[in-house]
Design a protein around this ligand. Sequence first.
Ligand code: NAI
Length: 296
Amino acid sequence: MDELSLDRTVAVVGSGTMGRGIAQVALTAGHPVLLYDAAPGTAERAARAIGERLDRLVEKGRMSAEQRAGAGARLVAAGQLSELAPAGLVVEAIVEDLAVKQRLFADLEGVVADDCLLATNTSSLPVTAVAAPLRLPGRFVGLHFFNPAPVLPLVEVVSGAATDRAAADRAHATARAWGKTPVRCTDSPGFIVNRVARPFYAEAFRVYEERGADPATIDAVLRESGGFAMGPFELTDLIGQDVNEAVTTSVWTAFGFDPRFTPSLAQRQLVQSGRIGRKSGHGWYAYGEGAERPIP
Ligand code: NAI
């Protein structure tokens, strides 16, 4: 199965951290891109942010001014879901909530053509369950990018129980054509990376909760001795504590509340207090004016 041709529009629903990264990837690959978000003004802000990122690529000599102008002209912020009708592929990157995602895709099926590939960027919800209410669930796949999407090559291509082989093949070929490294997997909780990564976060949070060491110390140890690019506290601040906690909770639930995956109370309290990481200015660390510092 061939990749999505470059004349087909890619629609990205949800214009937050991941949506804007995925939109940038599709845009720089050469597709027309439609960005949509339910929160008014967000898609427009995301389009401006993508433009600024492309400008930086031009300054660094990694994109020509001509390519930049072409990409800018192909990016449109849509005001209504109905404007996504021309899409050949929709990638959803909205809130990690099963009912909200199901409702969105049910609405989308009434908007796009029957040959439009539908994809979710969910980190941990069952692809099979997200697709369950659809009239044509065979064209539905998981297309799981990693943060930051324009930089990290890995994409998990997840087949749910109803996914047609042809749809998974097309998603895989498209990710490859976009310069990514796609891997196929089935719909097991957390797929590959988010399953294997759970203990990395959970054990670090437990060490902190047991007053074993503070976040900065644990991060430094894992970076300097563990060989990780980022420690678990700084990485979850980048991911978003809300997103990371939702992933843990859904993997924990899927495994029948297996204690290996029990969510961290300290992380839950961060989420409850609105300290959800870099995007809110606070998480395990404080950001903004002055140096990053751990919150006591
Ligand atoms: P985010 O909170 O940065 O952005 C979500 C956006 O979706 C917001 O702008 C919100 O207004 C919008 N939205 C919410 N409900 C909507 C609806 N019904 N229709 C349209 N727009 C809606 O979240 P983020 O981090 O971009 O995550 C999005 C998805 O990507 C989640 O499923 C998450 O699990 C997944 N993901 C997140 C990663 C991360 O590192 N943050 C990595 C890989 C996947």
